[in-house]
Design a protein around this ligand. Structure first.
Ligand code: PY5
Length: 305
């Protein structure tokens, strides 16, 4: 899906025309993957476009930077405000927001500490990441032969650009084999997550997701779904899962900002089937919540005006 251009991109405090938002080929992050980023969505609400859990995303961006010892030269409030400006300026009522902090031009040695830190924020309209039909029909998953990066190899709690080579390898393997998306196990053999999404299963009426110690990213959609599920009265557990738990699941789905809430139809050709009742209920409540239609989650929708 090609990126749909919008007018401007925020670059280090300036609004630059889309086509002029360039970086030097000797930027440190291009060579060594030393950047951190976020994926955020804005949705239409009764009081105009609102960015879903914007402050939580910016907090995670700053945490990612801390993990790789990058000093971001903007405060939390400045970054939150810059994202709000970008959504407002775009005139879009729903869009994807992609802030990235990266090491720019000036040093090319491996020590990142002397490098200049640049920040940009782009917004554009982005439909369903795994395809329009994914939300209603579900996706076919393959367990990858690539393991989720170990936390002592890379800080997996960071949304670090370089870490995503792991996700891309798994994604390409799955797509080449004719599947929609991959599931990564960790080096101990437990289920961690998908390439850009967390994973949930339902077994005997209980909602289960791998703990963060599995190496899964602390997804903001994951947290929203766990909160919604508990509020709806479902039992929610964080437990290690083995691959056979996926094969025997009554229901399964994945969660992420880009993908949203996507039912899983099968794992390694073991059929789970049409989206189940709990999946549909959680999906429906989530989509109402992001649009500001559920009173108790109204705070999650951060207005841009
Ligand atoms: N796990 C990984 C590895 C992710 O990259 C993401 C988000 C998630 C889980 C879900 O986190 P959250 O619910 O906070 O979004 N992935 C990005 C996204 O914007 C990039 C996807 C292309 O969804």
């Amino acid at each position: 899906m090609p990126i749909e251009k919008t007018e401007k991109i925020w670059m280090d405090g300036e609004l630059v025309p889309w086509d002029e938002a360039r970086v030097h080929v000797l930027s440190h992050s291009l060579h060594y993957g030393s950047g951190v980023f976020e994926g955020i969505r804005a949705y239409p609400t009764a009081s105009g476009p609102a960015v879903f859990r914007l402050t939580d995303h910016i907090d995670r961006l700053l945490d990612s930077a801390k993990l790789i010892m990058m000093d971001v030269p903007y405060s939390r409030d400045e970054l939150v405000d810059a994202c709000r400006v970008m959504v407002r300026e775009s005139g879009l009522d729903s869009c994807y927001v992609r802030p990235i902090a990266f090491l720019g031009y000036g040093e090319i040695g491996l020590n990142p500490l002397p490098c200049a830190v640049n920040v940009s924020i782009a917004v554009w309209p982005w439909g369903a990441y795994l395809g329009e039909e994914s939300l209603s029909k579900g996706v076919r998953m393959k367990i990858s032969s690539w393991k989720r990066m170990d936390p002592n190899i890379n800080p997996v709690a960071a949304k670090g650009t370089g870490i995503y080579i792991n996700s891309s390898l798994a994604k390409v393997e799955a797509v080449h084999a004719g599947y929609d998306e991959a599931i990564l196990l960790n080096t101990q053999g437990f289920v961690a997550e998908c390439t850009g999404e967390n994973l949930f299963i339902v077994r005997k009426g209980v909602l289960v997701t791998p703990p963060l110690s599995s190496g899964a990213l602390e997804g903001i959609t994951r947290d929203s779904i766990m909160t919604i599920a508990r509020d709806l009265g479902y039992e929610v557990r964080e437990d290690n899962l083995l691959r056979h738990d996926l094969y025997l699941a009554d229901e399964a789905f994945l969660t992420g900002t880009a993908a949203e809430i996507v039912p899983i139809r099968s794992v390694d050709d073991r059929v789970i089937g049409d989206p189940g009742e709990m999946t549909r209920k959680l999906q429906e409540t989530y989509f109402a919540a992001v649009r500001g239609q559920v009173e108790q989650y109204r705070d999650w929708c951060e207005n841009v005006s």
